[in-house]
Design a protein around this ligand. Structure first.
Ligand SMILES: [Mg+2]
Length: 192
């Protein structure tokens, strides 16, 4: 059994402050460490999947984004919580940086990052979760065949309305990442 929680970054694991190019601007939610520990202990791989169109927009470099992810991994590790990997999509259609100007299957709501990570880590998608604060996260998760949890931090309240309009129902709506982690691991709401 190889199960994963695919986590959105901005608005889910850290505060959504728009485009972030430096680790000093990263504000990790106070509940994130405990949430990851709970899911680690339950045996889930933790894989962060994040759209980073700031790269295609010429706002941040790819090196800056990768550096943030390295430092976040280190921060969590020192706090006793493991992140197995970060996947990011630098692409955007009609973006100013030619190298990254394209419609790409990695950019959520497409499921490319989830499918790639599942292949890389041998993840069973039907027993895995996608947790995010955007309708794109939920749509990507459903396309990949995962269970989906919308969190009401960040863009969550707006996403909830968007999803209702689209008639797309997440498997669960949670206050925040900790609430989601508790539902999965402690309350075991998804265990038949
Ligand atoms: Mg987000």
């Amino acid at each position: 059994m190889n199960r994963a929680v695919f986590l959105d970054r901005d608005g889910t694991l850290i505060r959504d402050k728009g485009f972030i190019c430096h680790f000093k601007d990263v504000e990790i939610f106070p509940f994130s460490i405990q949430s990851l520990k709970m899911m680690n202990e339950y045996g889930f791989r933790i894989i962060v999947i994040t759209n980073q169109s700031a790269i295609a927009r010429g706002i941040c470099t790819e090196d800056q984004v990768m550096n943030i992810h390295r430092k976040m991994t280190g921060f969590f590790k020192r706090s006793g919580a493991a992140i197995d990997a970060f996947y990011y999509s630098p692409y955007l259609e009609d973006a100013p940086v030619p190298e990254f100007r394209k419609r790409d299957e990695s950019r959520k709501p497409a499921p490319g990052m989830i499918l790639q990570a599942a292949e890389d880590f041998g993840v069973n998608l039907s027993e895995s979760f996608v947790i995010g604060d955007s309708s794109r996260d939920i749509l990507a998760g459903k396309k990949a065949g995962c269970k989906t949890i919308l969190v009401l931090t960040g863009n969550g309240p707006l996403a909830r309305v968007e999803l209702e309009n689209l008639k797309v129902k997440p498997d669960l709506i949670s206050e925040n990442l900790l609430d989601a982690a508790e539902k999965i691991t402690r309350d075991r709401v998804f265990v038949p």
